[in-house]
Design a protein around this ligand. Sequence first.
Ligand SMILES: [Zn+2]
Length: 646
Amino acid sequence: MGHKKRHAGNKETVTSGSTGKAVVSGAGRGRILSIIGILLGAVTLIGLFIWGRGGGTIETAWVSGVAKGYNIVLITMDTTRADHIGCYGRERAETPIIDRLAREGIRFEDAVSPVPMTLPSHSSILTGLDPISHGVRSNGTYSLKDEHATLAEILRDEGYETGGFVACFVLNARFGLNQGFDVYNDEVEAAPDAMVGGLTSERDAEQVSNAAVSWLQQRDKKKPFFMWAHFYDPHEPHELPAAYVSRFKDHVYDGEIAFVDAQIGRILDTLTSQGVNQQTIVIVTSDHGESQGEHNELTHTRFIYEATQHVPLILWSPSLWDGGVVVDDVVVGVVDIVPTVLDLLGVESEERFDGISLRRSRENPDRVVYIETMANYLDNGWAPLFGMRRHLDKYILAPKQEYYDLERDPHELTNRFGARSKRISASVQTLSEALAKRRESDVDIADMATNVEDLEPEARQKLEALGYLGGDGPVATEGELQDPKDMMIVWQMVQDANKKSRHGQRKEALSQLLEAKVLAPHDHSIDRHLGILYMRLDRLAEAEESLERYLKVRSTNSSIHALIAQIMIKQKRFMEAKERLKTAYELSPENGVVLVAMGDLLAVVGNINKAQAYYEQALKVDPYRMEKATSDRLNKLQQIRNAMGQ
Ligand SMILES: [Zn+2]
């Protein structure tokens, strides 16, 4: 079975189940094709037989190119823990659609996300690269560079029609995942934090599936297609659609996953009604999980424990697989998705991947999968976390290193690092050496912190002129940074304070943030939160001081420069505001927050026409987040014009 065998063309495809029975579709129904189908079915049968038994060396579970010309549907459920899905053991889950896909397809029990953040993890899902290779280390401040090929780009070159449907601003086209998509639908609803540079704007699963289904109905039926649908509902804030409230009010997270499951069902129904489900491969996965209080983390981003790194991964295609296959004896990664799809389709690519085709997942039972989170370092100035995951154990590099035996301790309650056991010290050595080797090609974390490497010369000049690039950034070396494990109490205080602030309890929020600042004086994220809160309390001098402290470390954050400019406008320091906004604009000309502030400055000094032009520009380049802010302002300008009799 080592040689490659290819299927017939996509429009006269012979599809076959592992029972050996052939299903012939398209125009070319005929005896010869049926015979080929039976032969291929037998090949698939042997592969599945070997794979389904578990253990041992597996050559192949399908032949490369078996699904040539098939459509690909990639579904990513944001923030979805594997163990909250029925087929992964959650008893109270209502996930009948995903459970059926698993039953009829192949389910990978031990699948890992490389990073607990939406943009970096989706960058891995769509490129087959881990974060060291694709370079997207956090949300909001990074974007996937053109030099990396997404699955959409590779498949579009193969003649596929491509459509992406995403549910949150974090995956907005500006962050680079739109590469290769003919249609990239990233319409979200503006969130209240949009005007302070927030990233939380989203839309619900029904809106995503509406957009995806209507694209499926309108697309060019002569071409195969690649569709990616992203669902954000399980991410906080936790809000259920009305129809789910009574059933799930005590376990809202499960309700949100149930809602997404039903919406995935609508996409599958569309495939069936269009008669293309037999020539389609559906992949269901998630970008990361949710800690739900494990290790004192409420949500995700700060740790790389299983609660956030263990994700579902299911492949389904009724004409390729008869189901009942669970791969539970090897670790696989979401980085394997792109190489797997290309292998199934028989597409040869020049690209290099960190993942491997899942067909070959059993070749190396000692496989290690890289994991990281840079959020601690980039957002708070604490130590980043790096790790290596094997099938039954895990090593985490932190100021206080960690090692877990996942077979005996699946929830990572007992850190076995330093335990007096030859087996453990040998494992730690293997994993830490593999990690050190993987990190050899990584950038220095001190360079990562300044985040000025890729700045345009004009932006760099302006920051220098304002005194930001004088070397005041985080100078701590990796060994001197605080361990995130020690900082979670502070982190929870900050999150709780932000929640209070959102709910109008601003005085309580302020005293909590000030308390957190005393406990973690070097955590610059607290300065940003304090600055925004002081602005809401109209304590402008303190707001400016806090935001400036933050910019000492994060000088490239254009939204924060724009907020400082807003303070200056309120204090009638117009020339300073103008300089500041020029800098912010150089940093990110497509940030609506900056353009709106430029409009505000011009409106205040009486240049109504130019102000209007900036508001319109903001709406054009940053439409979903800026819709409300710009329409309020444009209305005001109209009122002024009316009053002036123009
Ligand atoms: Zn996410």
